[in-house]
Design a binder for this molecule. Structure first.
Ligand code: CP3
Length: 375
């Protein structure tokens, strides 16, 4: 599928095209070359662990903030200023493109995304998919503006764009909100396979457009989050989910830039939680880098991936609140195991917990840089 895809060269002003971010540690590692110092960033680094974020959020609604370019840009920059991380992640949410295409969704503090109406039947799927994804061509303007603003201030630090994978979004759409086992979504997959396929194709289009808009506006890499794919068997994942994830990724897979007269693809990372059994399939959808949660050690993840795939991860977020010597020993172990892969970007095995002491994150960034530089 990818061999026949027509390439599209990024705008000359894009930070990958100008060279501003193309040689950064993050992009080198994502392209499979091990830089002298291991790059580090944290999933959910922009958000509630930072007092400056909580201050800025007083009296505002999450989705309103995501659609305000000044605020979304400012929040994306906060952790970069504070922690000396090697990348920013764009501040937004996986449900933003659903909201922009016309779905009744809100984000409830302490809970997560909540839908006005759960999508439970084939008729519900027909109603949802009558919303035209092409509306996003103009509706995504505040997202493009926020990314451009953040990128203009980040200089040589790359910004990572992201989107939710179709299954994780479908899990919210079908359940109507957060769920532990995603049982209604998994029932629909088998009870109404045609409706399921239609739902997944529509969701892939919506989330793929969200991701593409961020890269075109200046993001230097893209991460697809399939946070809840760990609820699936390998067979269900391969048959009923992976094709839609590949379709979502195809929205950015064609984007290229040139370095020293050779064409490169914008790197794509794919991450899931509890997906140790799915790692190889998750790479096969067309990802360059696989994000690993804290359950599978990186040397074992590298073995499962066949030894040629850059990995990202996988410090256990629970240890951020443990005594420093315990955390330090764990981080050194993660770095050591990460050396088995072609390249490694240090991250957490899932997002930063809201009660994390931000100074611990800053100290962890220095540790990663110092330990990896000394090797
Ligand atoms: O720093 C970053 O990582 C960038 C921002 C970001 C947010 N959401 C901001 C946010 C990213 C990358 C996401 C992705 C996201 N959203 C995922 C995939 C990543 C993952 O954690 O698995 C998922 C599953 C969602 C859905 C979602 N949105 C959840 C589960 C929640 C938390 C609910 C809560 O309050 O506990 C949200 C809301 C949300 N998204 C917040 C933030 C900062 C909290 C909103 C607040 O401050 O009130």
């Amino acid at each position: 599928m990818f061999e026949t895809m027509v390439e599209m060269i990024l705008d000359a002003q894009h930070p990958l095209s100008t060279g501003l971010t193309a040689d950064s540690r993050l992009i080198q590692a994502y392209q499979g070359t091990r830089p002298a110092v291991t790059p580090v960033w944290f999933m959910r680094q922009a958000g509630r662990s930072l007092p400056e974020y909580r201050e800025l959020r007083v009296g505002t609604r999450m989705l309103d903030v995501c659609l305000d370019p000044e605020l979304a840009s400012e929040i994306s920059l906060q952790p970069v200023r504070r922690h000396n991380v090697d990348a920013g992640i764009f501040f937004s949410d996986i449900v933003v493109p659903l909201k922009l295409v016309g779905v009744d969704v809100s984000i409830v503090a302490g809970k997560g995304p909540v839908l006005g109406k759960a999508v439970r039947s084939s008729a519900d799927v027909d109603e949802l998919t009558s919303l035209d994804p092409a509306l996003l061509e103009t509706a995504l303007a505040p997202i493009s503006a926020a990314v451009a603003l953040a990128v203009s201030q980040l200089g040589s630090t790359p910004l990572i764009g992201f989107a939710g994978a179709p299954f994780t979004l479908a899990a919210y759409l079908v359940e109507g909100g957060p769920s532990k086992d995603h049982i209604h979504a998994r029932t629909l997959m088998h009870a109404e396979p045609e409706a399921w396929a239609k739902l997944m194709a529509w969701t892939a289009d919506v989330t793929g457009r969200f991701l593409r808009a961020q890269v075109l506006a200046g993001a230097s890499a893209a991460q697809l989050f399939d946070s809840w794919a760990g609820a699936l068997s390998l067979a269900d994942y391969a048959a009923s989910v992976a094709p839609a994830s590949a379709a979502a990724i195809a929205h950015v897979r064609d984007l290229t830039y040139s370095v020293a007269e050779s064409d490169r693809n914008v790197p794509i990372v794919h991450f899931g939680v509890g997906t140790g059994e799915l790692l190889k399939e998750m790479h096969n959808i067309g990802a360059d880098v696989v994000g690993v949660d804290y359950r599978v050690p990186l040397d074992e993840a590298n073995r499962r991936l066949g030894g040629a795939v850059p990995v990202q991860g996988n410090v256990d977020p629970a240890l951020l609140n443990a005594p420093w010597p315990v955390l330090e020993a764990h981080v050194r172990d993660v770095l050591e195991r990460g050396r088995s892969a072609p390249s490694h970007v240090l991250n957490l095995g899932h997002g930063v917990p809201p009660d994390t002491d931000p100074d611990v994150l800053t100290r962890l960034v220095s540790l990663v840089h110092d330990v990896s530089a000394a090797e």
